[in-house]
Design a protein around this ligand. Structure first.
Ligand code: SAJ
Length: 419
């Protein structure tokens, strides 16, 4: 008999995952608490941008293997893929996991498998999740199975990574892990590695903490390079020619739903042991303020200066603005009385209005590039320059060709310089 899978949370991870199971022939019920999300998906439309998502969703809907609902239904498998944001006290806010788990309680049956995909602090699957599911009177690991299968896909490349990435699955019992492996084997071509649930939680957090700490190192090196008047991007490129060196890219700060968040989850119960991780987080969080200092230095005091901010997504080629460093940068520039206009090739919804390219550059004094969307590379600096009041570019991502922009009369600045 075909298995029924209920996916709770139809966001960046839940929706592509629901589509993958549906096209593999599972009966999938995608559940989201937002009515408009369910309506949009039911029509075969998407509420988020992700390469290939619309085609996959339409295939899934047309096959009748995927339906979207507001309520959880009885199923063989429940997959929880809800957000775990950072609370103001820098601890994980697991309230969506809690409410998703509570919504499963009335329908959970003997033999079911519950998989948590959301990123959580170590111990959450075995602790909080199992505690809530035990409210059924059933015994986790005996009457039903529970596993943590963290998502590890890169936004913008979700479908190929869902298939080809290796997957770490941790069960509260070995049987739970094996059942989850049998499920994901339907579409995962990478290796599936089994462990216990707390190890799997820590693996996921470790991956993103590794990245955050390495980006902090790159940012610190950028500040040091500026002291010597050296181009940090050349330093990184040349150092990375060593076969055992992989310095990350410096930039205006670290955004996205995972990397600026996960390191806090891993240290939330470790005050003494987590010092390096906390320091790296703080350094990355301080980059927006430093970018604003650079703008002040290059452009001069605000008076009536207008800054054209290019790219407010948290990184290039995505429409995602979660935790984007552009938000504090725009906020800090406004506080210092700069006029701001924003242009982005991908982002439609942001806390400030997004202008057309033309009105964003019109009569502006400087371009501040924050997200390296590939389209920026193809813009003609001569055409852009004609509309501007002053020709200044600050490229925080090493995205534009300096020779091309300097050739068009621009005063060109990379990420950082000695102030
Ligand atoms: N960034 C830098 N320098 C770099 C790399 C990234 O400043 O060298 C910045 C980006 O501009 C962005 C932020 O860091 O603001 C994060 O971008 P990212 O591309 O490193 O990561 P995400 O958040 O898009 O996806 C990450 C991935 N994790 C790792 O690469 C270890 C992905 O595999 C995870 O699935 C995802 O987090 C997640 O959901 O955890």
């Amino acid at each position: 008999m075909t298995k029924k899978v209920c996916v709770l949370g139809l966001g960046y991870v839940g929706l592509p995952t629901a589509c993958m199971f549906a096209v593999q022939g599972y009966h999938v019920v995608g559940v989201d608490v937002k009515r408009e999300v369910v309506e949009t998906i039911s029509k075969g439309s998407i509420h988020i941008e992700e390469a290939g998502l619309k085609t996959m969703l339409q295939a899934a809907i047309n096959s009748r293997n995927l339906v979207a609902r507001n309520e959880v239904e009885p199923a063989d498998v429940f997959i929880i893929a809800v957000p775990t944001p950072l609370a103001p006290d820098k601890r994980a806010d697991v309230s969506f996991v809690e409410s998703a788990a509570r919504s499963i309680v009335p329908v959970l049956a003997r033999g079911n498998l519950v998989v948590l995909e959301s990123t959580v602090p170590p111990g959450t699957t075995n602790g909080l999740l199992c505690r809530i599911l035990s409210e059924t009177g059933l015994n986790p690991g005996v009457d039903f199975h529970v596993a943590h299968s963290p998502e590890r896909v890169l936004p913008g490349n979700v479908f190929s990574e869902l298939v080809s990435n290796d997957r770490v699955i941790g069960g509260i019992t070995p049987e739970s892990a094996q059942l989850a492996r049998d499920l994901y084997m339907s579409f995962v071509e990478g290796e599936i590695l089994l462990t216990d649930s707390t190890t799997a939680e820590m693996v996921k957090l470790t991956e993103n903490t590794f990245r955050d700490v390495n980006i902090a190192l790159a940012n610190e090196l950028a500040l040091i390079a500026a002291e010597y008047g050296v181009d940090i991007f050349s330093v990184v490129a040349l150092a990375n020619r060593h076969s055992r060196v992989n310095v990350h890219q410096p930039g205006p700060g670290v955004g996205g739903h995972c990397i600026p968040v996960d390191p806090w989850f891993i240290v939330e119960n470790s005050n003494e042991a987590g010092k390096l991780i906390r320091r790296a987080r703080e350094l990355n969080d301080s980059m927006p303020e430093r970018i604003v200092q650079l703008v002040e230095h290059v452009v001069g005091p605000a008076q009536d200066a207008k800054i054209s901010v290019w790219g407010v997504a948290y990184k290039g080629n995505v429409d995602d603005t979660r935790e984007t460093p552009a938000a504090p940068i725009v906020h800090l520039l406004r506080k210092r009385n700069y006029k701001i206009s924003i242009f982005d090739f991908h982002v439609r919804n942001f806390e400030c209005e997004i202008d057309s390219l033309e009105s964003a550059v019109n009569a502006s004094d400087a371009i501040l590039l924050l997200a390296d969307h590939k389209e920026f590379k193809y813009l003609d600096p001569h055409v852009i320059g004609q509309k501007m009041r002053r020709r200044i570019v600050i490229d925080t991502r090493n995205c534009l060709d300096p020779a091309k922009w300097k050739g068009a009369g621009f005063d060109f600045h990379l990420l950082w310089k000695k102030l």
